[in-house]
Design a protein around this ligand. Structure first.
Ligand code: CDP
Length: 223
């Protein structure tokens, strides 16, 4: 079974998707981490982010992998080849670059088959922007997570502070709004709530509450 979790930046997708995977014993795939890895590599190599040919070539050759502790479906690390990019892909520079790279159709064409292959018929929680609409349109459970812009900005400031990057709420709110605009208005696989997706507003909700609701959707789907 595939559980597709989509939603705008910092809507709580990662936290919720990880908790669902751990609770249900499903695999977990963070597709945003894959686009972030391409953007991080483009920055490191000094390649122009808006060059579709260069970005597509990079996406076609990059080897993104996840590293796991035994027994945990949630990876502790993200690698490009043998390079640990776990921290690098969450920096403000990558936040600012990733949507420019992810809107390039060739980049998406390179990433989507890898995402389908990762799930490969096994029970998997997959999070992103186009999972219920494009990558797994037949997912048994589709969720579209939202939260108020203020709450999303506050959460992201908290995430970044925990990783040692101090940021002002206003600046983060601007970055999130900019990214949501690019993600929602691009031609290739824009961020949309998929047909049949259940909307869950996570503003003021605890992670457990949201996970309970998704678990109930899973029970409904198998009933
Ligand atoms: O964690 P956050 O919500 O900030 O973003 P993310 O899930 O790590 O995704 C980072 C960026 O990758 C998004 O803003 C999109 O531009 C892109 N993305 C995408 O285009 N399609 C996906 N399935 C996942 C992410």
């Amino acid at each position: 079974m595939i559980i597709a979790i989509d939603g705008p930046a910092a809507s709580g997708k990662s936290t919720v998707a990880r908790a669902v995977a751990r609770r249900l014993g499903f695999r977990y795939l963070d597709t945003g981490a894959m686009y972030r890895a391409v953007a991080a590599e483009a920055i490191r190599l000094g390649r122009p982010l808006e060059d579709a040919t260069a970005m597509t070539g990079l996406a076609e050759t990059i080897r993104v992998s996840f590293a796991y502790d035994s027994g945990d479906p949630v990876p502790y690390g993200v690698f490009v080849g043998s390079r640990d990019v776990t921290r690098e892909i969450r920096t403000p520079a990558v936040d600012a670059a990733v949507s420019l790279v992810a809107r390039i159709p060739g980049v998406r064409r390179a990433m989507v088959p890898l995402q389908r292959e990762f799930a490969g018929g096994t029970d998997t929680v997959v999070e992103g922007r186009d999972i219920g609409s494009v990558v797994f349109p037949d997912a048994a459970v589709k969720v579209f997570l939202t939260a108020s812009p203020e709450e999303r900005a506050r959460r992201r400031v908290g995430d970044r502070a925990a990783a040692g990057h101090e940021a002002a709420v206003a600046a983060v709110a601007t970055d999130i709004a900019r990214r949501d605009t690019i993600d929602s208005t691009r031609e290739a696989s824009p961020l949309v709530a998929a047909a049949g997706a259940r909307h869950i507003d996570t503003t003021g909700a605890s992670v457990d509450e949201v996970v309970d609701r998704i678990e109930a959707l899973v029970r409904e789907a198998v009933a």
